[in-house]
Design a protein around this ligand. Structure first.
Ligand code: IPM
Ligand code: MG
Length: 354
């Protein structure tokens, strides 16, 4: 099994290095894994003038899965949009049709205190956000900034969804819910936006084939509030690209830190890109401060969803749980005064328990 490792920018290389150590440990233990490295994001721009260099795309084409770190840094923000680091990620998602983005938000018992919400609100949370990842206002055309008739600059983007795009993510949500608590909450803004009225209609139509799964609909503003008021009411949340981007960052704080959340971005064939949901955090890059657990947990998702290695996936998750149980804490999940581990030491803590 070949894995394309794209570390990217900021803390990307540091956190990815720890996930790679985990994969190498599994490889040394009989799992046939081969890792190959490629440049992406700002690193891709620096290496080849392109946030997704042709060599990197070719590497991903011959791989069975992609392990992705993070992209973006302030020094690239003034480049024209096509050359910005984020385009490397968005193009990969589009190229491989990675429409199904799974973002689980799980509260580990030891970390209930680490959330900014009271432990009694978040303890035991096990939520899965399913975000559509290849359409919506992220990719809709037309878009741009023009000078309008009044001589004023005017920016516009287009929110679009086809029926087929909604249908396939709805199927993913219902199928996934069947393996969980069988509840799907579809999030939209159907009271205002045409696109999301269609979203609501199509999700309801698909639901006809899943009578054993409970479906509810919620407006995105209410969903943002309910996530904080009573997050345990949710099992699976399914939503579009932009709402999912926002709600998954919000949900991450229920778990204590955005550094904890892994993700899988899958296409219809089960090929996937695996990355922590957080960004490149330029402010702490290179300081051995970043929490690598979101990336390490992303390798577990890779083993499970793309490589068919459920046992190895469970081993990685078990090692993370054990490290947390034994008190391993990076700065983002530590209580005041608690001793903290750097990025590498957190990797050590997981490896020791693997
Ligand atoms: C995410 C990120 C990306 C997104 C950025 C880096 C393009 O925020 O994966 O959530 O907006 O999808
Ligand atoms: Mg985001």
């Amino acid at each position: 099994m070949r894995i394309a490792v794209l570390a990217g920018d900021g803390i990307g290389p540091e956190i990815t290095a720890q996930a790679v150590r985990v994969l190498e440990a599994l490889a040394g233990n009989g799992l046939a894994l081969e890792l190959e490295y490629g440049a992406v994001g700002g690193a891709g721009y620096d290496a080849a003038g392109d946030p997704l260099p042709a060599a990197t795309l070719a590497l991903c084409e011959r791989a069975d899965a992609i392990l992705f770190g993070a992209v973006g840094a302030p020094r690239y923000d003034r480049l024209e949009r096509a050359l910005r680091p984020e385009q490397g990620l968005l193009r990969l998602r589009k190229h491989f049709d990675l429409f199904a983005n799974l973002r689980p938000a799980v509260v580990y018992p030891e970390l209930a205190h680490a959330s900014t919400l009271r432990p009694d609100v978040v303890a035991g949370l096990d939520l899965l956000i399913i975000r559509e990842l290849t359409s919506d206002i992220y990719f809709g055309k037309p878009r741009g900034v023009i000078v309008n008739e009044a001589g004023e600059r005017e920016g516009y983007d287009t929110m679009r969804y086809t029926e087929g795009e909604i249908r396939r993510i709805a199927v993913t949500a219902f199928e996934t819910a069947r393996k969980r608590a069988r509840r799907v909450c579809s999030v939209d803004k159907a009271n205002v936006l045409e696109t999301t009225q269609l979203w609501r209609d199509v999700v309801s139509e698909v639901h006809a084939d899943y009578a054993d799964v409970e479906l509810s609909h919620m407006y995105v503003d209410n969903a943002a509030m309910q996530l904080i008021r009573n997050p345990r009411q949710f099992d699976v949340m399914v939503t579009g690209n932009m709402f999912g981007d926002i709600l998954s960052d919000e949900a991450s704080m229920l778990t204590g830190s955005i550094g904890m959340l892994p993700s899988a971005s899958l296409n219809a064939k089960g090929y996937g890109l695996y990355e922590p949901i957080h960004g490149s955090a330029p402010d702490i890059a290179g300081k051995d401060l970043a929490n690598p657990l979101g990336t390490i947990l992303s390798t577990a998702m890779m083993l499970r969803y793309s490589l068919g290695q459920e046992q190895a996936a469970a081993r990685v998750e078990g090692a993370v749980r054990a490290a947390l149980r034994d008190g391993a804490r990076s700065a983002d999940i530590a209580r005041d005064g608690e001793p903290t581990l750097g990025t590498v030491a957190m990797g050590d803590a997981v490896l020791a328990r693997l």
